[in-house]
Design a binder for this molecule. Sequence first.
Ligand SMILES: Cc1ncc(COP(=O)(O)O)c(C=O)c1O
Length: 401
Amino acid sequence: MSTSDDKRPQGAGTRVTHAGRRPEWSGRVVNTPVWRASTHLYESEAERKAAIGANHDGQFFYGRRGAPTQWALADALTEIEPGAFGTVLYPSGVAAIAGCLLAVLRPDDHLLMSDNAYDPTRSMATGLLKRMGITHSFFDPLDMAGFEALVADTKPRAVWFESPGSLTMEVCDVPALAAIARDAKAVTLMDNTWASGLGFAALENGCDIVMQSLSKHVGGHSDLMMGSASASERWYNALRLTSQQLGQIVSPDDAALAARGLRTMKVRLEQSTQSALKIAQWLSGHEKIEHVLCPLLPGAPGHDLWKRDFTGGCGLFSFVLKSDDPEASGKVADALDIFGIGYSWGGFESLVLPIYPDNDRSVMKPPTNCGAKSAVRLSIGLEDPENLIADLEQALGQLDN
Ligand SMILES: Cc1ncc(COP(=O)(O)O)c(C=O)c1O
């Protein structure tokens, strides 16, 4: 929970530099130390008893409710998330997704989920939640009229957005979709991992709960798994309670790493966004590329909404090859030297991943005409973009058509 009472407007760079730093937790050192502790000791039995009922943020109790290292990170994330009252940390992004959905949904509720949501999020709807008697429908986030009709028809308890969508990067009109959902009294949740709070103010654009995988931009160094969810006071309390009931806690060592990553996140994001745009522009003129799926790119699907609603981007985008060879994306990945083949994104190093988005869609036509074509996702890191372009040029040059 934010304890800052300084309401002066500050730029994002100033906020990520100073957010969550409390002299009462860090003393004279710059960073909050790693408080590695399960047991917290009480001065007296009276103090122990008082702590049980209180359950306040920032109160020593027992390791499962964290200690200053985790509290400082949660506070920092709250301070950089416009409109947030508090933030809950989870041991991974997927754990955050589960924590959000379990905090909101009850048996017999209906969930509407964007069809281009991250595959494990979709699996949560079709697996875990279904077993609990929670039904779901997937919706096409680009079809406003269809969404409105589905909301009227299914009376959802909750709606899940992800924008840009996983793999195919469609940007949807979150403010308009969220307004429809709110009018129908549905709780709106968003996976905002791509943009983070620096690039898209999800709560101020109509969402009740915003989650992100901190394993990506906040960690930034490919050495950490963590997730978070931020919300207004009402939903923060529900998230926190569910997370405590599930026994969710992150290690203080990982919290310290995430806090370190956070300090440089803005400059890393700016650099990788600039490089991604340069590379996307180059790819869009390449003879072996059918489309580039990158909202940063003028003229690409989603660019206008991205420009209207977002204040930043990141280095993650995809492209579709012209080749009819279903193995073409794998061949490109194998031929690349600088890009590593691997899951995740948002690290300092560039990654490539052959993708098959049509396997993870229920209602969306391949809006990006992937169809049977081979597609590739790139996460652009901090290398010189000219070197990455040269690597892509030689790898694409090895394709037959
Ligand atoms: C959009 C999106 N959300 C959530 C996650 C899950 O995060 P984590 O890997 O930290 O569990 C990922 C991971 O790739 C992702 O791409």
